[in-house]
Design a binder for this molecule. Sequence first.
Ligand code: GDP
Ligand code: IMO
Ligand code: MG
Length: 431
Amino acid sequence: MANVAVIGTQWGDEGKGKIVDWLSAQADIIVRFQGGHNAGHTLVVDGQVFKLSLLPSGILRTGKLAVIGNGVVLDPWALAEEIDAVSDRGVKISPENLLVAENTPLILSVHRDLDRIREANAGDARIGTTGRGIGPAYEDKVGRRAVRVADLADTITLESRLRRLLAHHNPLRQGLGADPVDPDSLMAALRDVAPRVLPFAGPAWKVLGKRFRAGDRILFEGAQGSHLDIDYGTYPYVTSSNTLAGAAATGAGLGPAAVGFVLGIVKTYTTRVGEGPFPSELHDGSGHHLATVGRERGTVTGRNRRCGWFDAVLVRQSCVTSGVNGIALTKLDVLDGMKEVKICVGYELDGEFIDDLPVASNRQARVNPVLETLEGWTESTAGARRWADLPAPAIKYIRRIEELIDCPVALLSTSPEREDVICVTNPFSSR
Ligand code: GDP
Ligand code: IMO
Ligand code: MG
């Protein structure tokens, strides 16, 4: 039995939450390993909608351990709020089913401020971040001045960490025209919130290591998508963490062999929130169809998602950079009723055909999508649970995707509901 890592293969919002929720029935432990509350993962259980940002999507099932790994950046106030919101809906959250790695860096008000000030000052060069402080928090982690979960337990350590952090932030804020932060008030706010986080804090690497050796099944839950990855994404229009499957090991505190099967989540078309290149983007009736039928509105910020045809170039690259063993193809039903569907199979750049997205921004900006047209279908695939229920053109479309990305479909999702999944290969039992 393999452990499974779920990662997004596009620009996020591929339907990771739904698939993690479905898979978590078979898992003992579900671990978030990167990102923060920039993520918005939607789960629909018997018509009830849950939107999770920090809590791993396995939290809804009883008898599972949900872990927030050290690769995450954690806003303690956002965590407390999410725990309250989910608990109010009848889900029991206690140290029995939630563990937060004690070496996880915190997102503080200074990070949110910096994120927003920079975006506001950037004009046309803005990234279109979620404004949650993600980038600045990762900067401080790498800059060795972060406040981490364990620091909350000791006043003297916390004070000295805060002094070090503000020695960096206050001059920076002054340069940007913002008021300095008073260490005492930040200290007081942290002491207030500490009791909400500390009961869950512990050595996640140790717990995971022990349970891994005992044969428990671990499900790693990625956030964002491969083309928002800090190294392999459309830089600088990316998030500030590694979103690829390799990050699952370091972001949880296990070796790479603990990640058995890599399941890439793939939307049957492409969406993106925020700025940055998007070669197959649509501004016509087809784009409108995808946006409205697919309800493509951001879970976290409520922004409209940009929509376009399926881009095989991007997903083919993601399958390599994350070592994807199989994909979960989601939102097939959104294409129902389209006369024809198109796939971007490569790009035209300065009169030449290329089958990779160039790294240089000026070249990225000049690529035109090369589209292949396939027949659409009028029948509904919504809620289909058997392969045999799919219309022939839909099957042809799926087969063409598999061929172009050189990776097989393991799961197919046909609605937002938990159980509307066609399982071709069970990732947990396939390796
Ligand atoms: P995530 O960030 O990757 O977890 O994805 P989001 O939750 O942000 O966005 C995916 C959206 O698509 C959510 O509203 C899901 O409920 C919805 N969804 C997931 N799978 C399907 C599907 O197969 N069909 C349809 N119509 N909606 C889906
Ligand atoms: P899930 O897990 C889609 C995008 C933002 C912005 C860029 C940088 O739900 O798929 P950040 O706040 O991270 O510094 O923003 O990344 N972004 C996402 N887009 N889904 C997400 O998460 C995202 N998380 C960040 O819109 O373009
Ligand atoms: Mg999302």
